[in-house]
Design a protein. Structure first.
Length: 299
C-alpha cells in the first residue's frame, strides 16, 4: 500500500488536495472542498476537483511517520484478512503528506465507483417483494469475516454491487485484535478527533466497546439492520431478518433492531455534538479547528 508510480493520485496532487483542506480549515469554510461523502469521523474528498476519479478519505493527522507507518501495516493486514475470508475489497492504498511540524496527513485512497453501484441505491431501485441476491450475500460475507480477531462494519453503505457481486469499500478503521484481545489499531488516532480532556476515557472505554461489537456476529447484524432504518430502507428489514436469523442461535427481532438503532443514533449524535462544541470553542478563542466534520446527518 505504498504510494508509487502507479498510485491513483500522485504525491503532488495529494499535496495540492491537502493544501485545499488546510486552507478550508484556516478560513473556517469547507464549502469549496470536493466532498464526495461523510463518515462519522471525517469526510471523503474527490480528485481531481470537478471530475473526481479518486476518493480520498482524510484521517485524523498522525503525530509522526512512525504512527503513520504502523497504521499502514495494520490497514494492509486488515485488507488481507478480509480477502482471506473471501471478501472482495476495493483497491486501496494509504498515502500521506508530511508537514513541517512533523505530523503526517493521512489519506485512504480508492477509485471512485459508480454511485448507482452503492448497495443502498441498488436496494432502493429493487422490489422487496421480489427480493435481491445482495441481501443474502451481505449476510454471508459478514458471517465469513467475523472472528475473534477480525471484525467488520457490514452496514449497506460500506458495500457496492456489480455483476460479480459485492465489493467492500470502508477499510479505514482496521478491525483486528491480538491473541490477547487488544485492538491492533492505535485507538489514540481515533480519540485525537475529540477534545483533549475526553481522549483518555474514549480510548480506554468507549472505542474498545464500539469496536468489540464488530467482531460479534450478532452485534454486526444488529448494526447492519439498524442502519437500514438510517438509510430509509426499513421495507427490506424482514428480508434481512429472514436471512440472518438462519445463522444465529437466538433470532433477532424487529423490536431489538429498532431499540438498538435508537441507542446507536444517540451515541453517535452525542459524539458529533461534542466535536461541534469543540470546534465552536476553537472559533471563539481565535484558533483554527484542525479536523473536518461531517455536515448534518439525517438519523
Amino acid at each position: 500500500m505504498t504510494a508509487g508510480p502507479q498510485s491513483a493520485i500522485s504525491a503532488g496532487e495529494l499535496q495540492e488536495l491537502d493544501q485545499l483542506v488546510e486552507a478550508a480549515l484556516a478560513a473556517d469554510d469547507e464549502s469549496r472542498l470536493p466532498t464526495l461523502g461523510y463518515g462519522e469521523i471525517s469526510l471523503v474528498l474527490g480528485w481531481p476537483v470537478g471530475a473526481p476519479a479518486v476518493a480520498c478519505k482524510r484521517l485524523p493527522p498522525f503525530p509522526g511517520r512512525a504512527q503513520f507507518d504502523a497504521y499502514r501495516a495494520t490497514l494492509a493486514a486488515y485488507v488481507a484478512a478480509l480477502q482471506a475470508a473471501g471478501i472482495r475489497v476495493v483497491d486501496t492504498e494509504l498515502q500521506g503528506v508530511e508537514r513541517a511540524d512533523g505530523t503526517v496527513a493521512g489519506y485512504v485512497v480508492q477509485p471512485v465507483l459508480p454511485a448507482d453501484s452503492l448497495a443502498p441505491v441498488v436496494l432502493r431501485r429493487a422490489d422487496p417483494s421480489a427480493g435481491h441476491p445482495l441481501v443474502a450475500e451481505v449476510v454471508a460475507a459478514a458471517a465469513a469475516a467475523v472472528a475473534p480477531r477480525v471484525g467488520i462494519d457490514a452496514q449497506l453503505a460500506n458495500w457496492t454491487w456489480d455483476c460479480a457481486g459485492l465489493i467492500y469499500i470502508d477499510v479505514s478503521t482496521p478491525m483486528l485484535w491480538s491473541e490477547s484481545g487488544t485492538p491492533l489499531l492505535d485507538l489514540s488516532l481515533l480519540a485525537r478527533a475529540f477534545p483533549a480532556v475526553l481522549r483518555a476515557p474514549l480510548r480506554r472505554f468507549v472505542a474498545p466497546r464500539i469496536l468489540n461489537g464488530y467482531r460479534d456476529l450478532r452485534g454486526v447484524y444488529l448494526d447492519m439492520t439498524g442502519n437500514l432504518i438510517k438509510e430509509r430502507l426499513e421495507v427490506w428489514l424482514p428480508s434481512f431478518l429472514d436471512e440472518l436469523n438462519q445463522l444465529l442461535d437466538e433470532p433477532l427481532t424487529e423490536a431489538e433492531v429498532r431499540a438498538y438503532y435508537r441507542s446507536d443514533a444517540r451515541l453517535w449524535e452525542a459524539l458529533l455534538r461534542i466535536r461541534r462544541l469543540d470546534r465552536a470553542w476553537h472559533r471563539r478563542t481565535g484558533r483554527p479547528y484542525p479536523f473536518l466534520l461531517p455536515g448534518s446527518i439525517d438519523r
